[in-house]
Design a protein around this ligand. Structure first.
Ligand code: GLU
Length: 310
């Protein structure tokens, strides 16, 4: 079965799907992301028991982008508790593009619909404890180090600067939220935290291990130590199902059926209870913002091993 999955099988699947990369386009609204090579493709599976298996450009680092929203949500829940967090951000899918602003005007108070769209994720970043951006980002990095047992993971400052200097829409969202008292403190500081959390650099094995922690009910997969309370890990995975794949989350649930979150760098992190974490990297994106190759690979994997949770 799936535990017997071998590196050469992953390699042959990657070989089969690589032709689809030309159907997508690398994100360029963050200038540094445009430098990514659409031919860099990688996949990793981190089972709850056993070693990580991987194929492709598995050493290649890419930034978390929106995948970080799952991690920051877990930390904000730990810091503030569920009532506080969901007093400021909703639980419903939006069906809108991730950076859409117009729904904020349709609700009073201006509560973003969920933590996976930018407006909601910015509110979540604003809730992470710390006296300044440096401390907040440091806590988020420590949290990632704990999940991966890998202290080498850092912020890609080049991507962070590139996004910070071009984040006019996210600035607009933040100023709107500040005006309506949904976020506290300094807007530019929150944007600094958000752009840095989005710019954390990982490879597929590191990302698959984070996915495995969520799959393992919030526990470290080797020591079994509880890093994220089980209930919060479950909340995060539920958001991955309902809004993890932008406004293609419905079709992804039908075709693949695994909780997953994608980012505009072309990364996807998937988490399957009792199985483990899966990560895919392929920077060419479809029109919704999901990795073209990532979607194909996850579909193959899910169908081949009947992994859908539904
Ligand atoms: N940092 C990106 C932004 O806010 C994340 C978007 C994404 O990956 O969906 O635009």
């Amino acid at each position: 079965m799936v535990n017997k999955l071998e590196k050469k099988t992953l390699e042959s699947w990657l070989e089969n799907v690589k032709e689809y990369a030309c159907e997508g386009k690398v994100a360029d609204y963050i200038p540094a992301l445009a430098e990514q090579n659409p031919e860099h493709l990688a996949v990793a599976i981190y089972p709850l028991k056993g070693e990580c298996i991987y194929a492709g450009h598995s050493e290649k680092c890419f930034t978390l982008q929106s995948i970080s929203k799952v991690i920051s949500l877990a930390l904000a829940l730990i810091d503030n508790g569920e009532d506080f967090v969901f007093g400021r951000v909703g639980m419903e899918p939006s069906g809108d593009p991730f950076h859409s602003i117009y729904r904020l005007e349709q609700h009073t108070p201006s509560k973003p619909l969920n933590p996976m769209i930018n407006a909601g994720a910015l509110v979540v970043s604003n809730m992470i404890y710390g006296v300044n951006a440096h401390e907040r980002v440091g806590r988020l990095l420590s949290f990632i180090h704990e999940m991966t047992d890998d202290h080498s993971i850092q912020v890609n400052e080049n991507v962070a600067d590139s996004e910070f200097n071009s984040a006019f829409l996210n600035r607009s969202l933040l100023y709107y939220l500040k005006q309506h008292d949904v976020i506290k403190g300094d807007v530019e500081e929150t944007l600094d935290v958000y752009t840095k959390q989005c710019s954390v650099d990982v490879n597929v094995c590191q990302l698959a291990r984070i996915g495995a922690v969520f799959a393992n009910e919030g526990r470290d997969i080797h020591s079994n130590r509880q890093i994220i309370p089980r209930h919060y890990a479950r909340i995060c995975k539920t958001f991955m199902v309902t809004c993890g794949m932008y406004d293609a989350s419905g079709s992804f649930a039908i075709k693949v059926g695994i909780p997953a979150k994608s980012g505009v760098s072309g990364g996807v992190m998937a988490s399957l209870n009792q199985f483990g974490g899966i990560a895919v990297y392929g920077p060419a994106l479809d029109e919704k913002g999901n990795s073209v190759v990532g979607l194909k690979l996850l579909e193959i994997l899910s169908n081949r091993y009947d992994l859908s949770i539904f």
